[in-house]
Design a protein around this ligand. Sequence first.
Ligand code: PEP
Ligand code: MN
Length: 263
Amino acid sequence: QGEASEVAVATPLGTVTIGLHHPIAIVAGPCSVENEEMIVETAMRVKAAGAHFLRGGAYKPRTSPYAFQGHGESALGLLAAAREASGLGIITEVMDAADLSAIVEVADVIQVGARNMQNFSLLKKVGAQDKPVLLKRGISATIEEWLMAAEYIMASGNPNVILCERGIRGYDRQYTRNTLDLSAVPVLRTLTHLPIMVDPSHGTGWAQFVPSMAFASIASGTDSLMIEVHPNPKKALSDGPQSLTPDQFDKLMEELAVIGKVM
Ligand code: PEP
Ligand code: MN
């Protein structure tokens, strides 16, 4: 509570600060890191469009155990290559505390995914390391549960937590994957000093709805956006339907620039 705080993230290109009095921080990239060419190409394209961070999963929390699970540790090396090539900060998810030491070697921000929001032992471990933590809202989590999950991280010694609204489970999955709870943004402002991110990609599940909900996220007062971008969404190994192409991302960034909070 109290003054809105910010999280300063050291990246190869300098410090990017996520918070109320800063330009909207843009996180973009594929759901999964698939191979070196695609992750480096995506990094260069989203950087050219104005993104500050590259996202991409090495360890993927998939509903089905038979779905692509991510390339794991080898994908961390590919993220390191993309970081080196682009200078972008890297955001990637930790699912298992056993992988944390390898992940902190390449990631500038550690993502805890929706499905692990109340994995309290994992929260304590990310709280005991120094990299900022992006805490996604659980699929059916109340705001109170989400804030308490953030408290676990902070109580373990890490004050640098960013809260990411990514849609909650609604009753209609026919037209949207989740229900993006944009009211969470102004509500959080009254409850916490922590910086806020919105992810309209997972929030809607469909690329065609991402731009309008990105605008709506900014209108709701978010400090940052996470947008899935894939060089060939039709061929993506995960979350293709909700991924923008690099050209679509360019267009979105040009349109967002018009409202002035995006650089
Ligand atoms: C992701 O960011 O690719 C992801 C799996 O997100 P979430 O945890 O919000 O489903
Ligand atoms: Mn995804």
